[in-house]
Design a protein around this ligand. Structure first.
Ligand code: ADP
Ligand code: ADP
Length: 234
């Protein structure tokens, strides 16, 4: 079932004389519960696309319709609330708050949407267990490995049970073995909770771990491939 409708999305950056058409009229659907990779060379517009889909950035024209709601027609405060309730975010460099312990970083996503401290703490501990980090709940980000930091940030992205998770180069700062483990974890979480994952990457190996691969170049979609043999390695 279609979950997100992307219609004729364009984004033009202008600074003085310089005009960059980062997205040139992109249309496609994102299906409920799928893992979709957005793959393409550096500078082709992947991050711009993800940022317009997730409401981090405003497109120049076009629509992003999520659960029947036109994201960019919402007022700023409505958009902030819609994003906090329905979306989770994973970044290349984790974006964890350095002075907060793992569990505090994770529960913040619950507190933001008005959950009680008690409920937030329980949910944070539960999801940390799901990413095999319950033993690291009291550690600060600086006391964790890169792979562990990314697992905390995945826990933070999932703790409030958003319908969709956006990930921008989630394995970009990890070695091959840790990247493989992370993608296996994402597949497992996707199966367990049926969240939709949209993952931007320039790494073909990462895109092997998704149901569909959207190939981009120069601000356009080249093609969208179905991945028949979803890769899960040991
Ligand atoms: P990718 O994520 O595929 O590397 P980006 O979406 O970051 O690509 O960038 C697409 C194009 O838009 C590039 O030419 C980039 O230089 C340009 N661009 C991205 N962000 C900005 C910005 N804030 N201002 C001006 N140009 C930008
Ligand atoms: P409960 O209702 O007792 O929390 P669930 O079966 O709904 O039991 O969830 C079991 C565990 O999985 C809990 O730790 C819960 O926080 C977590 N969980 C369930 N659904 C999701 C989801 N969509 N996203 C993230 N975590 C979830």
């Amino acid at each position: 079932m279609t979950f997100v409708e992307v219609r004729d999305l364009s984004k033009t950056y202008r600074s003085g004389e310089v005009v960059v058409e980062a997205l040139k009229g992109v249309s496609f659907d994102i299906y409920e519960g799928e893992i979709l990779s957005i793959l393409g060379p550096s500078g082709c517009g992947k991050s711009t696309l993800l940022n317009c889909l997730s409401g981090i950035d405003e497109p120049t024209s076009g629509k992003v319709i999520i659960k029947g709601i036109d994201l960019h027609s919402l007022r700023d405060d409505e958009k902030t609330r819609f994003r906090a309730l329905n979306m989770g975010f994973v970044f290349q460099f984790y974006n964890l708050i350095p002075v907060l312990r793992s569990v505090e970083n994770v529960e913040l996503a619950m507190l933001t949407i008005g959950s009680s401290q008690k409920k937030a703490r329980k949910a944070a501990m539960d999801i940390l267990a799901k990413v095999n980090l319950d033993g690291r709940a009291t550690y600060l980000p600086s006391q964790l490995s890169g792979g562990e930091r990314q697992r905390v940030s995945i826990a933070r992205a999932l703790v409030h049970r958003p319908a969709i998770v956006w990930a921008d180069e989630p394995t970009g700062a990890l070695d091959t073995k840790t990247s493989t483990e992370l993608m296996n974890l994402i597949i497992e979480l996707n199966k367990t909770f049926n969240q939709t994952f949209v993952i931007v990457t320039h790494d073909e190996r990462v895109s092997n771990y998704s149901n569909r691969i959207l190939h981009m170049d120069s601000g356009k979609i080249l093609k969208i491939d179905e991945n028949q043999n979803l890769k899960v390695s040991q």
